[in-house]
Design a protein around this ligand. Structure first.
Ligand SMILES: Cc1cc2nc3c(=O)[nH]c(=O)nc-3n(C[C@H](O)[C@H](O)[C@H](O)COP(=O)(O)OP(=O)(O)OC[C@H]3O[C@@H](n4cnc5c(N)ncnc54)[C@H](O)[C@@H]3O)c2cc1C
Length: 338
């Protein structure tokens, strides 16, 4: 039996940041992840200046691809809008591995299946024991499934379905482009260049609204690829094979702590309501959970923003367009207090 103070299930941005902060604060921790790192992760890899600040990152010494866009070009019903606020892109396969290594925590490749409450804490798969447990396993997190699903049901109407592909490509346009609500998509599509000739393309939308309206994320992908070709953002003959993934936008999130178990990142469903940004909330929540464990204090999401954009009309319009609830949807969720 391997025993330690804290076990973190999942070594993505949420789990790695939690481990990084725990190791700075004192408690021993161990990360269990089913994947061997570096592992691919479907994600556009857009990160904000807040992420860089939370991680105390020195961009000059980051050893992998890192690109800063001075402008983001938003396309809304045929109108082009320019957002002048520097944002960054990384490749998740590199960034996540770097975060994990930087944490200095021990990582064991193990797929967590069974979690048991024991007097002293938690036992995992009859092999590991800990006092505190952190669920950082993303959308399919076993800690969420075992300990939180009943008390914190996921809001089906806030589930995002996404198709995306990251590929080596000698892009010509260095700006990030976002197309909102094209052809009735309840979401947006993106073109995110990465440093040294990588490109990420994707389409994401609210799964239930797509289903209710007979929409298909694959049809939206085809429309998106046609737009990219028409605008000469990609070659006409570029062959693409996107992959799918899903995650949840932030709801009221009733419980993120239960006894000595904590939920962070996508396991808690923390992606922002307006732009579905998940990396920043994952990292911030991981750090906050670590502080709560180290201090024996409260774990609160008060400082984890529900939105990526500042207050104002664009944010309200996007949050409404992405995550307005259809009347027909089952109302088992808590209302969003934000
Ligand atoms: C297509 C797409 C594009 C996106 N683009 C962006 C973007 O540009 N910017 C942004 O901010 N957000 C984006 N997001 C959201 C972002 O990717 C997530 O919010 C973020 O990865 C959450 O981090 P996490 O650490 O909580 O979970 P994850 O990154 O999912 O990490 C979870 C880890 O847990 C492990 N795990 C899972 N189950 C088990 C188990 N049973 N046992 C052990 N280990 C397990 C997994 O292997 C994984 O390594 C995007 C999401 C998608 C789907």
């Amino acid at each position: 039996m391997i025993k330690t103070n804290v076990i973190i299930v999942g070594g993505g941005p949420a789990g790695a940041s939690c481990a990084w902060q725990l190791r700075r604060r004192g408690p021993d921790c161990l990360i269990l992840d089913k994947a061997v790192f570096p592992r691919p992760k479907l994600c556009a890899g857009w990160i904000t200046p807040e992420v860089v600040a939370d991680l105390e990152m020195d961009i000059a010494t980051y050893p992998h691809r890192f690109l800063t866009f001075e402008v983001t070009r938003a396309h809304l019903f045929g109108i082009g809008l320019t957002m002048r606020s520097p944002q960054h892109s990384i490749r998740r396969v590199e960034f996540d591995h770097w975060l994990l290594q930087r944490s200095g925590a021990e990582v064991i490749t193990h797929q967590v299946k069974h979690i048991e409450r024991i007097p002293r804490g938690y036992r995992i798969d009859d092999r590991f024991e800990c006092d505190a447990l952190v669920g950082a396993g993303g959308t399919a997190c076993p800690v969420y499934r075992s300990l939180f699903r009943e008390i914190n049901p996921r809001a089906r109407w806030l589930q995002v379905a996404a198709l995306e592909q990251e590929l080596p490509y000698a892009w010509q346009d260095p700006d990030c482009h976002l197309w909102f609500f094209e052809k009735g998509l309840p979401g947006y599509s993106w073109y995110v260049p990465k440093q040294n000739g990588y490109l990420n393309l994707g389409v994401g939308g609210m799964a239930q609204r797509l289903q209710d309206t007979g929409g298909s994320i694959h049809r939206h992908w085809e429309h998106f690829v046609a737009t990219l070709r028409r605008r000469r953002l990609i070659d006409m003959d570029l062959a693409l094979e996107p992959q799918g993934y899903s995650y949840y936008l932030r709801n009221g999130v009733r419980r993120i702590r239960h006894e000595n178990a904590f939920l962070v990142g996508d396991a808690a469903g923390l992606a922002t309501r307006d732009l579905a940004e998940g990396i920043g909330p994952a990292i911030r929540s991981g750090i906050l959970a670590a502080d709560a464990i180290a201090d024996g204090g409260e774990y609160s999401l008060d400082s984890v923003s529900r939105y990526s954009l500042g207050a104002g009309l664009p944010r309200r319009a996007l949050a409404y367009g992405l995550s307005r609830q259809r009347v027909a949807s089952p109302a088992v969720e808590t209302p969003d207090p934000g």
